[in-house]
Design a protein around this ligand. Structure first.
Ligand code: IPE
Ligand code: IPE
Ligand code: MG
Length: 240
């Protein structure tokens, strides 16, 4: 239980390939992906993780076949409605990041409602990245910083790394220490580019619908065995 990451971020990938292996359509894979989400949220709560960010839908995913996009939107709305009572009972606080204005109204209402109900909870903070992309987020942050400079509330000389962090959608959370991606793809795909600067990256071939509690624990143990140097030498780390 030592050296636990406070914040784990996950790119939940491989639903389509998992479904294909089962001889089913892609949506079948997404439905099974929800079961993995439930397992991983339970495991994260049990081991005492404070923040869990899950990449559920990227800005680029809007360009998938409309039938899949529609199916995913229905799945999001239904899952939120179904899961919120249990999440609330387990003291979990829900938060959504991304360009939420692009979502259908029904989905926007469901998200707002889920955040409101769980706002006072003090256990795990579960962040769902929906219609999220890091470049979109950085563009929005740049606009808001530029506006502050323009209206005189911020001096250019006072733009620091902290100011940039405060203008990101993740401003209320620490940076993830561990980023997991399933399905064997070794890329970031526009996820938390600024926030992952020093995260430990963990890639596994397991497809998301096959990922469970043991897989999360394995990733955390691997994280615990790594030496995080933040640019320093190994000797400096050991004498500090
Ligand atoms: C991840 O699984 C879920 C979303 C991106 C919505 P994919 O749907 O990308 O599954 P693969 O990568 O095609 O197997
Ligand atoms: C990344 O998966 C986005 C999510 C898991 C939501 P993709 O399947 O969309 O990523 P690429 O296209 O393989 O990089
Ligand atoms: Mg994929």
């Amino acid at each position: 239980m030592e050296r636990l990451p406070k914040h784990i971020a996950i790119i939940m990938d491989g639903n389509g390939r998992w479904a294909k292996e089962q001889g089913q359509d892609r949506l079948f894979g997404h439905y099974h992906g929800v079961i993995s989400v439930r397992k991983v949220v339970e495991a994260a709560t049990e081991i005492g993780i404070q923040y869990l960010t899950l990449y559920a839908f990227s800005t680029e995913n809007w360009d998938r076949p409309q039938e899949e996009v529609k199916g995913l939107m229905t799945l999001f709305v239904d899952t939120i409605a179904k899961e919120v009572p249990d999440l609330h009972k387990n003291n979990i606080k829900l938060h959504f990041i991304g360009n939420l204005n692009m979502l259908p109204n029904e989905a926007q209402d469901a998200l707002a409602n889920a955040m409101e109900i769980t706002a006072q909870n003090t256990g795990l903070t579960l962040v769902i990245a929906l219609s999220y992309s890091s470049r979109w987020e950085l563009v929005e942050a740049t606009k808001s910083i530029a506006q502050k400079v323009l209206d005189g509330s911020l001096d250019i000389a006072h733009i620091t790394e902290a100011v940039i962090s405060e203008n990101l959608t993740t401003r209320a959370f620490p940076d993830p220490e561990l980023m997991i991606r399933t399905s064997g793809e070794c890329r970031i795909s526009n996820f938390l580019l600024y926030q992952l600067a020093y995260a430990e990256l963990y890639f596994t071939d397991t497809l998301w619908p096959a990922f469970g509690k043991e897989d999360l624990i394995k990733a955390v143990s691997e994280y615990q065995s790594r030496e995080r140097r933040f640019g320093k030498t190994s000797e400096q780390i050991h004498t500090n």
